[in-house]
Unconditional design. Structure first.
Length: 322
């Protein structure tokens, strides 16, 4: 079965696969076993990001997840009120075939959370993220899921081209999607725009460079916000600015009725991307990705409160921010 998701207006029909959901709930968790836990960032990165792989064989998760979905983790212990910790969701960073090729091992990309309390100014660490980052091989984890039914590759991936835009650990679902496209022989075009503060913060860098070397239809554009760009020595920039530096290639992609846009990362980055798309896309093309009410005014004045109201993305844009 498939879910029909037809976009209004002159756009190509997008059909998403029907997927399994909530096979394991907080009341009936799966048991995952850690089989791999390694650091993703390189050198002197200021971020602490880890690639964690779980063996879920014997559970309903095995063979029943897709790239773009997520799973839940329930950290052990109690919170400050004496209640069990709440469920946290993490993006699956694996293709549907899993890290093992048989759907029994799924991975995620987790960043340690260290922050300052607004009122007390004391540092605190995230409960679930640090729990996952500290896990050792062989340890057991209570898991739920899978979750999510729209941040997926379409049912016929070969019928589309893809613009993937990520910041930080928002790269996780795209790793799985690009692995699935790679396994299918990369039937179309895809571009990955990856934004991080510094070069050592780039995640899965060797995978993207290997993919670009093997497939001429894949364009990889790493983007650094706090240092000069490594690919051309231009100044610091945010990921949306790649729509300017590589305007000809990316606008050409976006002008095709085959192209779908996937945006994943920290909340706020989606607004910058949509503003930039609205500014660079010619009339008639922008409407394929967003419907803008006259009251929205100039894109430079758009706010997040206007998204889904005065600025409504179409079903050719998949959005996941946190």
């Amino acid at each position: 079965m498939t879910t029909d998701a037809t976009t209004p207006g002159p756009t190509r029909e997008v059909v998403f696969p029907d997927v399994h959901m909530h096979l394991h709930t907080p009341a009936s968790t799966a048991e995952g076993t850690v089989v791999w836990n390694e650091r993703c960032t390189a050198g002197k990165s200021h971020s602490f990001v880890r690639h964690v792989v779980f063996d879920v064989s014997g559970s309903k998760l095995a063979g029943n997840f897709r790239a773009g979905q997520s799973f839940g983790v329930i950290p052990p212990g109690l919170d400050s009120t004496g209640r069990p910790h709440k469920l946290r969701l993490y993006s699956i960073a694996s293709a549907g075939s899993g890290e093992d090729g048989h759907g029994a091992h799924l991975a995620t990309t987790v960043k340690r959370t260290i922050d300052e309390h607004r009122e007390t100014h004391r540092l605190f660490v995230g409960v679930a993220s640090n729990y996952l980052a500290d896990l050792q091989v062989g340890e057991k984890v209570a898991m739920t899921g899978p979750n999510g039914k729209r941040f997926l590759l379409p049912a016929r991936p070969e019928a589309h081209d893809y613009l993937f835009i990520a910041t930080g650990t928002g790269i996780a679902p795209f790793r799985g999607m690009l692995r699935e496209l790679d396994a299918a022989g990369f039937p179309g075009r895809a571009a990955l725009l990856m934004g991080v503060p510094h070069g050592p913060d780039l995640l899965y860098e060797s995978e993207w460079r290997s993919l670009a070397a093997r497939h001429t239809g894949f364009l990889y554009l790493p983007t650094l916000s706090r240092q000069a760009q490594e690919i051309d020595a231009s100044g610091p920039m945010y990921v949306d600015q790649r729509l300017l530096t590589h305007r000809e290639q990316l606008v050409s992609m976006l002008s095709s009725e085959r192209t779908l846009v996937y945006i994943c990362g920290i909340a706020g980055m989606e607004l910058s991307v949509l503003r930039r798309m609205a500014a660079v896309l010619p009339a008639g093309v922008r409407e394929q990705y967003m419907h803008v009410e006259p009251a929205a005014g100039d894109p430079g004045g758009w706010t997040r409160r206007m998204l889904h109201r005065e600025v409504k993305i179409t079903r050719r844009v998949m959005l996941e921010v946190y």
